[in-house]
Design a protein around this ligand. Structure first.
Ligand code: ADP
Ligand code: MG
Length: 263
């Protein structure tokens, strides 16, 4: 049976208006509404609601993809009992995302393997679902990219792109010391983000040692000043989860996983 002219036209218009969910659902829903004797407004309401909710899901997926998380982690897989030093109430409060609205920062400090990257990712992921533009970087990754872009005279463009985000994750500050140029670029990012873009920074270093990575006391002071003006600090001082996990495996006689995970 060939489709009638109104049906063909309707489908054409729904495509032209970019309403894919309405296009997919209008027939099925019409049948349901007919059976339930729902009126025209109810039918249209339900159809538009489906379009809207699908659209929200699609754009959240796009934002999560654009954030480029190295591995997607969420809070439901985080075991607080394994890391009692983490302030759970503060994590739950931060998950609500008000700090992003207020352009405040989060600093996650602690030894390797204490769940800093996991929590930073979970917070940033929640922020994506709340409609924010988010981007995840390792500090070295970001600095390397900026140095490269500077060579190509594209640095301003990249800094401009960073500014269009509402939340940036700067993971692993302190793993590798920066060159002078690198430290200045990191400072530039933090400085431009000040009171405009929220930052989540993870680090294994106490503040006293930041100068060692940044190379200059003056730059470190200025960076810390901006970063910590409006900041929520989460500290993890327990044992490494990775270490505990592999010890558990060894105890059970299961071979350790191969390959290296980043910290
Ligand atoms: P860090 O960034 O502090 O070095 P990660 O966040 O990378 O640590 O954690 C290392 C690994 O252990 C990751 O796979 C992470 O998901 C897991 N992990 C760490 N802490 C926890 C926890 N409390 N509950 C569940 N998984 C955890
Ligand atoms: Mg890490």
């Amino acid at each position: 049976m060939s489709a009638s002219k109104p049906t063909l036209l309707l489908e054409h218009y729904l495509k032209a208006l970019r309403l894919p969910t309405m296009l997919r659902e209008y027939g099925k829903l019409a049948e349901v509404c007919r059976q339930e004797r729902a009126d025209y407004q109810t039918y249209l309401l339900q159809l538009t609601e489906r379009e809207l909710s699908d659209r929200e899901v699609r754009s959240a997926e796009r934002r999560v993809k654009a954030a480029r998380f190295p591995v997607l982690k969420t809070l439901d897989t985080f075991d607080f009992s394994a890391q009692p030093s983490i302030n759970r109430e503060l994590v739950l409060e931060l998950m609500r995302g008000e700090y992003v609205q207020k352009r405040q920062n989060v600093l996650l400090c602690g030894n390797s393997g204490t769940g800093k990257t996991h929590l930073a990712t979970a917070l940033a992921h929640a922020s994506c679902l709340q409609g924010r533009r988010v981007r995840f970087y390792t500090c070295t990754g970001l600095v390397t990219e900026l140095l490269e872009k500077r060579e190509e005279r594209q640095m301003e463009r990249v800094l401009g792109q960073l500014e269009r985000h509402q939340l940036l994750v700067l993971d692993e500050l302190g793993f590798v010391p920066f060159t002078k140029a690198g430290a200045e670029l990191l400072f530039e990012v933090v400085s431009r983000a000040y009171e405009r873009t929220s930052l989540i920074v993870t680090t294994n270093l106490p503040f006293e040692q930041w100068t060692e990575v940044m190379g200059s006391e003056r730059l470190t002071g200025a960076l810390l000043d901006r970063l910590t003006h409006h900041v929520h600090i989460l500290e993890a001082n327990g044992d490494s989860y990775r270490l505990k996990e592999s010890r558990g495996r060894v105890a059970k006689g299961v071979p350790a996983r191969r390959g290296r995970e980043s910290s």
